[in-house]
Design a protein around this ligand. Structure first.
Ligand SMILES: NC(=O)c1ccc[n+]([C@@H]2O[C@H](COP(=O)([O-])OP(=O)(O)OC[C@H]3O[C@@H](n4cnc5c(N)ncnc54)[C@H](OP(=O)(O)O)[C@@H]3O)[C@@H](O)[C@H]2O)c1
Length: 426
């Protein structure tokens, strides 16, 4: 008999509890032994629940799980760092296998927790922490482990992708699209973590640590949110043959890893450009497998339950074995490349005075920075304000040079506003 202690009975916990209670026969078939939900930790007994649990299962005392030697697998779906991380540490130290959906804890303390799991001879599994129902964590650890990973390019925040899809297809403003996402329950009341790219940075930290076998921290990820995007950016991007997507990218350049989350122009025919709404996708480019694309539901009760219960099955099957450490061999000496070293193409949108010679001044500044122009579009001339919108795309250039040029452009009396600068990810 394998006994499970579940911590958290919210969106995900309810799905996990329902599956463990309902699917007892199939679970014992696939694991080779009966799996039983023994205790469920909540914060508030009186909260109405979407599930009827057998009596005696609920508790508000974490020790009922942590101190019970008869609970073999601890499933943490509380979220946040405190008290969740402490519970994970206690569970591992007590020799329990641990399954968690917690991206924040895994991004910040994953390597330490995996070392603790190893020390105690147990497994720490975290498939649901990235992409919910998309099986990317296990694939990077196992099925793709023979590859040198050249890059990971991903859309791993459903809230952001929903907002960008609305802005692209309906021409809505950012504020309007965010309001709709909140009404539909896709965005939280405080959406900062999603729209500023922090949630995606946690998930990218986990993916990159697995892919490059070296522990990264969320602070290694350069991060830009989507709140500055305006409807014009989507119109011009479409005219130029691109979609705008918030991408989380890890790639290896000359022995250093570059980690970044930002809204970028993606060619309209690329598969990532077609990932719409709350869907997620992860494209892995490996030395042996080539380009592989994972696509699916990156959030929600059922997809996340799929990943969590999958990990419970794996933990039950592996009882007696333990997780490998995160930092192994080749990854240890990989450094993080600063964002200033990034070399990509750029999209620059400027609001300028509609006077002769403006373009020549801008071209001069770009030329001084050795940034060559690929195309210039002059848009939306407004005679009453004598202003015009200019969109410039560049050939591949260094980020540091582009930033310097943008500063110089902003200082020109004819430039009223540098509206937006986006990278183009071909
Ligand atoms: N929701 C998704 O689609 C999704 C997808 C992928 C990963 N995840 C991850 O899964 C985890 C859970 O997310 P969720 O959406 O299920 O969260 P949620 O709906 O807010 O549920 C959290 C649960 O934890 C319990 N809890 C909170 N603080 C507690 C404390 N101090 N002691 C004991 N119990 C406590 C709550 O108890 P009460 O019920 O009594 O308030 C609630 O049952 C998070 O790490 C999240 O990032 C979620």
């Amino acid at each position: 008999m394998v006994n499970v202690g579940l911590m958290g009975l919210g969106v995900v916990g309810t799905g996990v509890a329902a599956t463990l209670l309902r699917e007892t026969a199939p679970l014992s078939d696939v694991t080779g032994r009966p799996v039983r939900l023994k205790k469920v930790l909540v914060r508030d007994f009186s909260r109405p629940r979407d599930i009827d649990l057998p009596s005696g299962l609920l508790t508000t005392n974490a020790e009922d799980i942590l101190a019970d030697p008869d609970i073999h697998i601890l499933v943490e779906v509380i979220g946040g760092t405190d008290p969740a991380e402490g519970y994970l540490r206690q569970g591992l130290s007590a020799g329990k296998h641990v399954v968690t959906a917690n991206k924040e804890v895994m991004a910040k303390s994953g390597p330490e927790l995996l070392a603790l799991a190893r020390k105690n001879g147990v497994n720490l599994l975290f498939e649901a922490s990235v992409g919910a129902g998309i099986p990317i964590v296990g694939c990077l650890m196992n099925e793709l482990a023979a590859n040198d990973i050249r890059s990971i390019r991903s859309i791993i925040n459903g809230t952001t992708n929903y907002i960008l899809t609305r802005m692209a297809h309906q021409g809505t403003s950012f504020e309007q699209a965010l309001g709709e996402a909140q009404e539909l329950g896709y965005a939280e009341a405080d959406p900062t973590n999603d729209i500023e790219g922090i949630d995606a940075a946690y998930k990218l930290t986990i993916l990159a640590s697995l892919a490059y076998r070296r522990p990264f921290q969320p602070s290694d990820v350069y991060c830009e949110g989507i709140s500055k995007l305006e409807p014009q950016d989507f119109r011009y991007a479409q005219e130029l043959g691109y979609a705008i997507k918030s991408l989380a990218i890890a790639n290896l350049v000359d022995g250093a890893v570059q980690l970044r989350v930002y809204p970028a122009l993606v060619p309209a025919e690329h598969m990532l450009a077609k990932v719409d709404g709350v869907y997620n996708a992860v494209e892995v480019d490996g030395s042996l497998c080539g380009q592989v694309l994972f696509h699916g539901m990156g959030a929600g009760r059922e997809p996340t339950t799929s990943a969590v219960v999958g990990d419970v099955i794996e933990a039950a099957r592996k009882m007696g074995g333990h997780s490998p450490p995160l930092e192994v061999r080749n990854g240890a000496d990989l450094t993080v490349r600063p964002i200033g070293d990034l070399k990509v193409r750029y999209y620059i949108r400027l609001d300028v005075a509609d006077h002769p010679g403006v373009l020549a001044r801008i071209a001069q500044i770009l030329g001084d920075g050795e940034i060559s122009i690929a195309a210039v579009l002059q848009k939306d001339t407004q005679p009453e304000t004598e202003s015009a919108e200019i969109v410039i795309t560049t050939h591949s250039a260094r980020e540091a040079s582009v930033r310097k040029a943008l500063k110089a452009m902003a200082g020109l009396s004819q430039v009223r506003r540098v509206c937006n600068t986006l990278r183009i990810e071909e």
